[in-house]
Design a protein around this ligand. Structure first.
Ligand code: FES
Length: 196
């Protein structure tokens, strides 16, 4: 028995010593790698060329602190200010305040009805609100799906286009209009579903 106790004690002491030694040993250790995500982002931003046109998001990191934003320097700042100004001063007929809105009699030839349209809503919207299923696709003046024709002559004598991009001067002169971006400015007759 005594012998077994000695062996057991010896084993226990050895294990304890091993544990203590392990505790004080240095080991390989683990240290986290340096966070380089910001650097990578800045490098990427610096490789993208600046554009001359306004962009919806500033590409520079941290809201204009370094990298691409810093390259353009004050110039980009001025551009952004200019854009902001242009945005606030560019007016669309849709922004006409209610107390300044004017109304015009507009005959929809194919629908066989004349209705009163305001000058702060497009022909398309007001026709739809009246219950007509009028043709359209993009609703942004970039196709001709919503086109109609004002028989009385140059379309822009009767409507204001807010950023139509499809009709040329001849077509406008022939009375064609894109109803999704056209706001009445006078009374007229229109044939919907007529494209040049
Ligand atoms: S719906 Fe495309 S231009 Fe009007």
């Amino acid at each position: 028995m005594v012998q077994i106790d000695v062996i057991g004690f010896g084993l226990g002491a050895a294990l304890t010593l091993f544990a203590v030694a392990l505790h004080y040993s240095k080991g390989t250790g683990w240290t986290s790698t340096k966070d380089i995500s910001q650097e990578v982002l800045e490098q990427r931003a610096a490789t993208v060329p600046e554009t001359d046109f306004p962009e919806p998001m500033n590409r520079s990191i941290g809201g204009g602190g370094v990298a691409a934003g810093a390259v353009a320097g004050g110039e980009s700042g001025e551009l952004e200010e200019g854009d902001a100004e242009a945005e606030t001063t560019s007016s669309s007929p849709a922004d006409i305040p209610e107390d300044e809105v004017e109304y015009f009699e507009v005959e929809f030839v194919k629908e066989g009805e004349t209705i009163e349209l305001s000058n702060n809503q497009t022909i398309l919207e007001q026709g739809e609100e009246h219950g007509w299923d009028l043709p359209y696709a993009c609703r942004q003046g970039q196709c001709v799906s919503c086109a109609g024709r004002i028989a009385d002559g140059p379309a822009e004598d009767y409507v204001v286009h807010d950023n139509q991009q499809m009709l040329d001067d001849d077509e406008l002169g022939d009375g064609y209009t894109l109803t999704c971006v056209a706001y009445p400015r006078d009374s007229f007759s229109i044939e919907t579903g007529e494209a040049p």
